[in-house]
Design a binder for this molecule. Sequence first.
Ligand SMILES: Nc1ncnc2c1ncn2[C@@H]1O[C@H](COP(=O)(O)OP(=O)(O)O)[C@@H](O)[C@H]1O
Ligand SMILES: [Mg+2]
Length: 300
Amino acid sequence: MNVLTISNIKKRFGDKEVLKGVSLSVPEHSVFGFIGKNGAGKTTTMKAVLGLLGIDSGEILVADEKVVYGQTKTNKYIGYLPDVPEFYSYMTPSEYLKFCGEITGMETKDIKRRSAELLELVGLGEEHHRIRGFSRGMKQRLGIAQALLNSPKLLICDEPTSALDPVGRKEILDIFLAAREQTTILFSTHILSDVERICSDVAVLNNGRIAVQGELSEIRNMRTADEFSVEVERSEDTAKILSAFSSICKEVSPTQIIFQNHEKDMFNIMKFVAEQQLSIQRIERLEPSLESLFMEVIDK
Ligand SMILES: Nc1ncnc2c1ncn2[C@@H]1O[C@H](COP(=O)(O)OP(=O)(O)O)[C@@H](O)[C@H]1O
Ligand SMILES: [Mg+2]
């Protein structure tokens, strides 16, 4: 089942058509990476899903209910972390979640139980200081806890990792993986390595349309691996391999050579390595990267 289905939505700001017919489906319990360059229209799409922004045409369904601009009915299924979340900085994390729970009408005992669970999930279980002194990453994690408070079917996060350092980014990605059991996660990003690390599904927004969409594993297979790498221990051996196979290989470092992937060549090279008794560090088939695919499908 799809938690979110966007069908052919269009949105224009003045004479600029930002969304030119965007369609995408987010399967339940996926970690969905919504990829696009800055200015591609990711935030615009997300705001439309939340009913915060009117669209010119098309349709959005959340849990099979139609989203209507200005109405919040379908938002009961959604937890949302905006790109720049705001907090009451004089509160502690648990005070903040209590406050958020109260304004959405949760029962006190549910707020207590759920807050404790979520603060644990986002690594703020032992944090009793005020939000004022929090790092960007801590605020982002608290924002995720808040967005999950009402146990939404769909968690939408707008560029949750973009302003963070590698450690902060990994913390957020690990939280998404842990939260996947209880919800579906849709997050926008322009950082492809984050997507490669955790996403089950992706869509690339480019020039107002979805350029590719699907399961990450399928998308990787769209480009068949066409290279493999041989790493040797001694640079003299690199020279030997290069001279024997000059037409099908290239040197990328003093001890690494990349070959076009033809099975027959691979066996020939292995034979050569054995005959010459070269010391091999490793031989591996190179996975096509999401980045190379991304560069193919977007306008540069
Ligand atoms: N309220 C607005 N009025 C006019 N232009 C807007 C508005 N919101 C967004 N845009 C324009 O729409 C385009 C897409 O913006 P946005 O959805 O924020 O992209 P992204 O989140 O992918 O970086 C940008 O060119 C931006 O300048
Ligand atoms: Mg944005």
